[in-house]
Design a protein around this ligand. Structure first.
Ligand code: SER
Length: 315
């Protein structure tokens, strides 16, 4: 039987690219894209798209039964910066949406679920260099608390109900197709737009704020590879550490200058500096590498070249 895949958050930064990649693997008609907002034209043209609110558990369950959904990718979330503006609302959206899905998967018998976690599960007391898979986790942001709680719930549903739930602790994701909204690592996306449009960028983090990052094609590959890995190889049922590149604002700015010599960066740290300071600088993802053969492809130079080229084309 063909897999029938539901993607929730298909108009977002990850979803708008993951839907197209999944349609290549599983067939256009088998990947159902949904979001509370309108999706990019290629997502709507290449296969089914519907407006669906993940908080509406009744409609969600009808959808899953009606289309005989076998896998769910739940990508909808309020990111770190935005969550600090409305803490309880963000907690409610991030947690209730996940619990809706876990519980409907148990009831209806959905075979596999993907849910993204984040480097935000770590906090100030976590070792910040080469952060291990298993370590101290005391997140200080609402987003991080919701992701850590979500990881615990995922593992609970695996152990208690035998669901197949897979998850990655994504680093900051950098892409040119759809902008993220309200994240702390999003400076590394904004910087490209401003560099091209105005030749300057005011960064909300300090120049030496190193954070784990990843170019979107690597994140898409990691997601599909993990979902296709044989269940017997997976030793982690909370969420896998995942690493690509780590850099700071000064380093990405220097890389952009190689192509746009007149580019100027200035620094005006805001509340997101404290968030970034509580997150790791580098991640040890050896468990992912050993369990399902993960390896990344893009470094800072390669990513920067593509970002500049594609955003220039878009603008
Ligand atoms: N990129 C996310 C954020 O900054 C972290 O998962 O909120």
């Amino acid at each position: 039987m063909a897999e029938k895949i539901l993607v929730i958050g298909a108009a977002g930064q990850i979803g708008s690219e993951l839907v197209l990649a999944l349609r290549k693997v599983y067939g256009d008609a088998n990947v159902f894209a949904t979001d509370i907002k309108d999706a990019p034209p290629d997502v709507k043209k290449s296969g089914p798209f519907q407006i669906l609110d993940v908080m509406d558990d009744k409609r969600l369950i009808h959808f899953v039964i009606r289309y005989k959904i076998t896998q769910i990718y739940h990508l909808a979330a309020v990111l770190s910066g935005n969550a600090e503006r409305l803490p309880l609302q963000a907690w409610d959206i991030n947690m209730r949406s996940l619990l809706n899905i876990l519980d409907l998967a148990r009831e209806v018998g959905v075979k596999k679920i993907f849910w993204p976690s984040s480097i935000a599960v770590f906090g100030k007391t976590t070792p910040r260099e080469n952060t291990p898979q298993l370590t101290i986790m005391e997140p200080n942001t609402v987003y991080g608390i919701s992701k850590l709680a979500g990881e615990r719930w995922c593992e609970y549903y695996v152990n208690r109900y035998g669901l197949d739930i897979r998850s990655l602790r994504y680093p900051g994701l950098i892409s040119y197709k759809t902008e993220a909204g309200g994240g702390t690592t999003d400076y590394a996306v904004e910087i490209f737009y401003d560099a091209i449009e105005s030749g300057k960028y005011e960064c909300f983090l300090k120049p030496d704020t190193t954070l784990p990052m990843m170019f979107m094609p690597d994140a898409i590959k990691a997601t599909i590879d993990l979902m296709e890995a044989s269940a017997g190889n997976l030793s982690i049922h909370s969420s896998y550490n995942l690493a690509g590149i780590s850099f700071d604002p000064a380093q990405i700015s220097a890389e952009i200058k190689k192509s746009i010599p007149k580019f100027q960066i200035s620094y005006k740290p805001d509340f997101r500096q404290a968030i970034a300071d509580s997150w790791p600088k580098t991640i040890d993802d050896s468990v992912a590498r050993n369990d399902w053969g993960w390896s990344h492809e893009y470094d800072l130079a390669k990513m920067t070249k593509i970002m500049l080229k594609e955003i220039k084309r878009k603008l």
